[in-house]
Design a protein around this ligand. Structure first.
Ligand code: G3H
Length: 525
């Protein structure tokens, strides 16, 4: 299906996509595959290798486990823990050489990968359309943005990793100028990257590129839904000629492969974007640096003096683009009562213009990623209905396709006031004071982003200071990009800060070399 010859080697004769290790496309000895269901047709679309790594003790008997191992051995379906171990070993060995590869050469490889990625934007975007129902134009944008991110990371890496620091000892009390400390940034080792389904290419390269420019090797575990797009992207890196073993991509269900990877002793850093699985990972991971982005309940606070047309267009863009399946989507509107009617009317008018349908037709609202997601969203809607929220449109669902819905007069006792639908459903809570809005925002377990709309910049800054979120946008909907901006969440929204510069720094540590000079008397006579 891949569309161009360069992708033929990544899939086998039975149309199962291979995994990537040691510079080659391989079939897993597990003999298992995972089906990827197209969210629009709800039919199986692709298959990827399943590296099943869990040894289950379900029979509670060592004899049964020995029996299973024998079956595996006889029938050639050996447990693929061994394959993952090999990936980690190759990754470690490749990293040692890569760390000694000149920085400018590492950057050159990344620039090449970026160009190849952009050149093949069409087949990769096609996968995004079929695997995650991303609207066609947004799918292309994701790939192009990814290429730009890789190039920018190469340039930024050359700048910031090319600099070190020199300290002299006599600035600290009691010391002579007898020591010079040279410090610079060195790689961590093997970085494990786990991106989410909603940006399987972009949020993969936002981890891959900083890891590589900093001299690390990289093991990618793509989301199941989005894995095929990610495998195409990896082929672009392969074609760019990176050394064997430096980049690997292992596929399989998180429930099968997740713990084995995240707790693997060969992993020196984890960069994860996704749901609350990240909290479990952070509890199990050893003493290694973590970068986590785990969702949000981004609040949009609207003051009385706001430009209400600007507010409405940002609520619609922020709340409904990619059907609300963005961690930075507007997820609750907190609007001053005096302007609430006007805001709701303007938002409704703009929502009426949203097209609803298939991603191939580039509709604004497309099916959500899975039936279970659609069921979860529906559960939030029904809870709001029972508790008498005002439905601004009729609730409508066909399969995984949910029509955009604005719920007015939502109160704090409704689940949708706090939970993240990750769908095209947006609650409006009317507030009687700004403090009430800030209080609601800060009472959330999440703290990713938020936004405030007002013409008074002083008020906006005070509100931004009071909101417990990693970023506050003034007069615009939340967003991660531009991709070199710092991006971080507080509380359950994450650990560490992302954005190109911060990710490069996070994937390095400081190494110091101290030059101890002879005492001054040696030279002064
Ligand atoms: O879904 C989480 C992403 O980090 C959001 O990125 O703001 O570019 O849509 P975005």
């Amino acid at each position: 299906m891949a569309g161009t010859d360069v992708f033929t080697e990544i899939v086998d004769g039975e149309q199962v996509y291979k995994y990537y290790a040691d510079g080659e496309w391989k079939k897993s000895a597990s003999g298992k595959s995972v089906s990827i269901v197209n969210p629009t047709t709800r039919e199986p679309q692709y298959k990827v290798q399943e590296l099943a790594c869990v040894i289950r003790f379900h029979c509670g008997s060592i004899f049964f486990i020995v029996f299973l191992c024998l079956v595996d051995w006889v029938f050639g379906t050996a447990c693929t823990q061994e394959e993952v171990n090999k990936v980690m070993e190759a990754s470690k060995a490749a990293q040692k050489l890569w760390a000694r590869t000149p920085l400018w050469k590492r950057a050159e490889h990344l620039h090449k990968a970026a160009a190849i990625l952009k050149e093949h934007k069409a087949p990769i975007a096609e996968c995004l359309v079929k695997e995650i129902a991303k609207p066609a134009k947004d799918a292309v944008t994701e790939v192009v943005r990814s290429g730009d991110l890789v190039s920018y990371t190469a340039e930024e890496g050359v700048r910031i990793l090319g600099e070190g620091k020199l300290l002299v000892s006599d600035s600290f009390p009691g010391n002579e100028r007898s020591k010079y400390c040279l410090s610079s940034k060195v790689p961590l080792g093997v970085v494990l990257a786990i991106p989410p389904f909603n940006y399987p290419v972009n949020l993969a390269v936002s981890k891959i590129a900083p890891a590589l420019i900093a001299g690390n090797s990289l093991v990618l575990k793509p989301p199941t839904q989005g894995a095929v797009a990610a495998l195409h992207m990896i082929q672009c890196f392969h074609l760019a000629g990176f050394p064997k073993g430096l980049i690997s991509c292992v596929t399989g269900k998180g429930s099968e492969i997740g713990d084995f990877l995240t707790m693997h002793p060969g992993v020196n850093c984890i960069s994860f974007t996704g749901g609350d699985t990240g909290i479990a990972i952070s509890k199990k991971a050893g003493m290694i640096p973590l970068q986590m982005e785990l969702g949000g309940k981004d609040a949009c606070i609207v003051l009385e003096d706001a430009d209400l047309d600007l507010v409405a267009s940002n609520i619609v863009k922020g709340g409904y683009s990619y059907s609300g399946q963005r961690c930075t989507a507007v997820k609750v509107v907190l609007v001053m009562e005096s302007v609430a009617d006007a805001v709701v009317e303007k938002v409704k008018a703009k929502m009426a213009k949203l097209s609803v349908g298939s991603p191939e037709d580039d509709c604004d609202i497309t099916p959500v990623v899975s039936e279970s997601s659609a069921n979860f969203i529906e559960g939030l809607v029904m809870d709001a209905k029972e508790k008498a929220a005002t439905f601004c449109q009729e609730y409508r669902r066909e399969g995984n396709l949910i029509w955009p819905l604005l719920l007015d007069h939502v109160r704090p006792d409704m689940r949708i006031a706090w939970e993240e639908p990750f769908g095209p459903v947006l609650p409006v809570i009317r507030i009687s004071s700004v403090e009430e809005g800030i209080h609601h925002c800060n009472a959330s377990n999440f703290g990713l982003q938020g936004c405030v709309f007002t013409r008074d910049i002083n008020k906006a800054i005070l509100i931004s200071d009071a909101m417990e979120t990693g970023t506050v946008q003034i007069n615009s909907a939340p967003a991660r990009g531009p991709d070199h901006f710092p991006f971080q969440g507080l509380k359950d929204s994450g650990i560490g800060s992302q954005g190109i510069t911060n990710s490069i720094n996070m994937m390095t540590k400081i190494k110091s070399t101290v030059i101890n000079l002879p005492s001054p008397s040696y030279t002064m006579g």
